[in-house]
Design a protein around this ligand. Structure first.
Ligand SMILES: C[S@@+](CC[C@H](N)C(=O)[O-])C[C@H]1O[C@@H](n2cnc3c(N)ncnc32)[C@H](O)[C@@H]1O
Length: 277
């Protein structure tokens, strides 16, 4: 398997080491080349080993903001921007009302940090099993001055250690959703360089989602929202899990830019008292 879209990546790397924006390379005459070749060689030698470019550069853009990345966290995916758009659209309906949210499996923090940066009325808790994810989420939240509205815990979300009694107006997640078999056939950048616990959702891929839905049924306030991303072929199973749970209204499925069903929205049934919205 060769590197996907190698030409445009080569152009991107060249502009990165020359510190010239990609769109301006053709218009730029003289470029300061002190150290450029050494930097280029460092990047290329890691890239030859199929390390993802985003991890080599140590930062990447997501939803219009730059995020620090380090080996040990998932590289943010473009599909996840759909999850952000959908979540923001639904949460903005509540206007200025103070809302408390949970980001399950925060990774680099792209989801919780973006939501907090976009909406002043949110407080969030982020949880991840990986120590590196907790560190990188903290770093990104600090960079954007959002630490005062974010608490971060390391651990399995199902255990809730340290936040046993909390309930949420919304829960958002980009859960691991590959099957074990899919990981074996994934591109080397993914298979060999991204953490398995960030990718594999169980034997069939949807086991983690089953736990997330069950957990959210307990932890959402009546009328609270669960938003999550899922795999390209998991729509039927996702609908079955949510509707089979019985605590949610009919679930909604949103497609990504490639028209692939990608995001689920499940609203917890409203019962008398204490509801959101
Ligand atoms: C697909 S990644 C998503 C990362 C980030 N939210 C994003 O969209 O780029 C899933 C994340 O869930 C974390 N994770 C996996 N199992 C978990 C569990 N049982 N409890 C908490 N976090 C978990 C992984 O460490 C990983 O950071």
């Amino acid at each position: 398997m060769g590197v996907e879209d190698a030409d445009s990546e080569a152009r991107f790397i060249t502009s990165w080491v020359c510190k010239v924006p990609p769109g301006k390379m053709a218009l730029t005459g003289d470029v300061e080349i002190e150290g450029v070749f050494q930097h280029l060689e460092e990047i290329l030698s890691r890239r030859r080993k199929r390390e993802p470019l985003q991890l080599i550069l140590g930062r990447w853009e997501f939803f219009g903001r730059d995020f620090f990345l380090e080996p040990g966290v998932l590289v943010p995916r473009q599909e996840t921007e759909v999850l952000l758009e959908v979540s923001l659209q639904r949460l903005r309906v509540f206007g200025e009302k103070k809302l408390t949210g949970l980001d399950v499996g925060s990774g680099s923090g792209v989801i919780c940090v973006t939501l907090l940066a976009e909406m002043d009325n949110l407080q969030m808790l982020a949880v991840d099993v990986a120590e590196k994810a907790v560190q990188v989420t903290e770093k990104n939240a600090r960079h954007y001055g959002l630490s005062n509205r974010l608490r971060i815990y390391r651990g399995d979300f199902r255990v809730t250690a340290g936040w046993e009694n909390m309930v949420f107006d919304f829960i958002v997640a980009n859960p691991p959703y590959l099957s074990k078999e899919e990981l074996v056939t994934a591109m080397p950048e993914v298979r060999d360089h991204e953490p398995q616990e960030a990718l594999v959702g169980g034997e069939t891929g949807t086991e983690h989602i089953e736990d997330l839905v069950w957990f959210s049924g307990d932890r959402l306030v009546p009328g609270g929202f669960l938003f999550f991303e899922f795999g390209y072929d998991q729509k039927e199973r996702v609908v079955e899990i949510i509707e089979g749970d019985g605590r949610f209204e009919k679930c909604e499925i949103i497609r990504d830019l490639a028209r692939i069903p990608r995001v689920a929205i499940a609203r917890k049934r409203r019962t008398a008292g204490g509801e959101t919205g």
